[in-house]
Write a protein that binds this ligand. Structure first.
Ligand SMILES: NC(=O)c1ccc[n+]([C@@H]2O[C@H](COP(=O)([O-])OP(=O)(O)OC[C@H]3O[C@@H](n4cnc5c(N)ncnc54)[C@H](OP(=O)(O)O)[C@@H]3O)[C@@H](O)[C@H]2O)c1
Ligand SMILES: *[C@@H]1O[C@H](CO)[C@@H](O)[C@H](O)[C@H]1NC(C)=O
Ligand SMILES: *[C@@H]1O[C@H](CO)[C@@H](O)[C@H](O)[C@H]1NC(C)=O
Ligand SMILES: *[C@@H]1O[C@H](CO)[C@@H](O)[C@H](O)[C@H]1NC(C)=O
Length: 317
């Protein structure tokens, strides 16, 4: 009998804890998006997919920019079904290939007259190299999105007020940017251990925050605003390539402390939709709230240097 009481107690405490602490704030904007066009990168799974469903429900034309035709088209059916909208299209985009980014941008600019919101959501937590020889996490999480954003910037400006949202991570706090390593090895760090992988992921997420900082400066005087964010800790496929051992450790942590994908997309939606946050352009959000950054994440000189090296890597003028 007492065992049952204990179990009941546990379930109640767990529920309260999840509801009031883990779940986090909800995006409360009621904005409708009829006639607006949105791109969400990496939207075939995870929080990208739930973000896309929400935006489609609000009437937006949603472009699912995903690398795999098969996974992308499967998601297309699901997003259409879940949102009840047929204004959803799949366009192939592999952020690990600068050529693919250019061809995506060309196709998009030719076929779609508008772009109102760009959501740079795709991300990897995996070691390796991109097609162009860059470290995989630097290449996909940062460089591919850098080129994409730059190629689409004029269209965003024409359609202003428009927004760019960069899905970063709290992990950026553990990152640093080693420009010498970038110059000599086209990657953020050398090393293949699990801890190195986490550090490189964190570095790449610091790149996202720094870029938002620099981009906001460059966008001053236009009607385009940009935001970076931490979506929370969420149960997704992100750690699909983590070691078996770390997956086992993560399992109970996930159950207690992680959000689901709908909860995990709320801060992205807040940055994309919330009225009246334009004066916070360039800032970093978490739990649908603007947050202060440590000095290294708003370091003007590092942000400028990263911008310049990224331009050189992409062959941008
Ligand atoms: N989950 C968390 O706890 C957490 C915490 C902080 C930040 N984040 C950030 O949230 C974002 C979304 O991650 P998630 O958790 O939803 O992970 P996910 O379920 O693994 O989704 C990641 C998406 O990115 C796509 N992607 C990977 N490499 C790509 C490439 N080269 N080109 C185009 N798309 C590519 C994936 O496509 P495929 O399915 O084809 O691989 C997938 O659609 C990431 O930026 C991540 O860093 C997540
Ligand atoms: C998010 O904000 C809500 C409401 O302000 C708060 O109750 C909750 O504890 C916060 N969660 C996190 C993880 O910060
Ligand atoms: C988002 O991050 C990418 C890659 O770090 C960068 O190229 C882009 O300019 C950033 N955009 C915004 C709005 O921060
Ligand atoms: C990631 O995991 C997949 C499937 O488990 C595997 O095929 C692939 O080789 C792994 N990649 C890396 C870089 O570990």
């Amino acid at each position: 009998m007492c065992g049952l009481c204990l179990l009941l107690c546990f379930v109640v405490v767990f529920y309260i804890f999840h509801h009031f602490v883990v779940k986090g704030k909800k995006c409360t904007s009621k904005v409708k998006l009829h006639g607006k066009t949105v791109i969400v990168t990496g939207s075939n799974t995870g929080i990208g997919k739930t973000t896309a469903i929400d935006l489609a429900q609000r009437g937006a034309r949603v472009i699912l920019a995903c690398r795999s035709k098969q996974r992308g088209e499967a998601a297309l059916q699901e997003v259409r079904r879940e949102s009840g909208s047929n204004q959803v299209v799949f366009m192939q985009l592999d952020l690990g290939s600068l050529k693919s980014v250019r061809s995506f941008a060309e196709t998009f600019l030719k076929s779609e007259p508008r772009l109102d919101i760009l959501i740079n959501n795709a991300g990897v937590y995996m070691q390796g190299r991109t097609e162009d020889g860059f470290g995989l996490m630097f290449g996909v999480n940062h460089l591919g999105h850098f080129l994409l954003t730059n190629l689409l910037l004029d269209r965003l400006k024409e359609c202003g007020p428009s927004r760019i949202v960069n899905v970063s991570s709290l992990a950026h706090n553990f990152g640093k940017i080693d420009f010498d390593c970038l110059n000599s090895h086209k990657t953020l760090r050398i090393g293949t251990s699990n801890t190195e992988a986490f550090k490189i992921y964190s570095d790449s997420k610091l790149c996202n925050v720094l870029f938002t900082h620099e981009l906001a400066k460059r966008l001053q005087g236009t009607s385009v605003t940009c935001y970076s964010l931490h979506p929370g800790a969420i149960t997704t496929e992100l750690t699909r390539n983590a070691s078996f051992f770390s997956k086992i450790i993560l399992q109970p942590v996930k159950l207690f402390l992680f959000k689901n994908v709908v909860q995990g997309s709320q801060t992205t939606l807040h940055c994309a939709l919330q009225e009246g946050i334009e004066h916070l352009s360039g800032r970093y959000f978490s739990n649908c709230t603007v947050r202060e950054l440590y000095a290294k994440a708003k370091d003007d000189a590092a942000a400028k240097k990263l911008w310049e090296i990224s331009e050189r890597f992409c062959g941008l003028p």
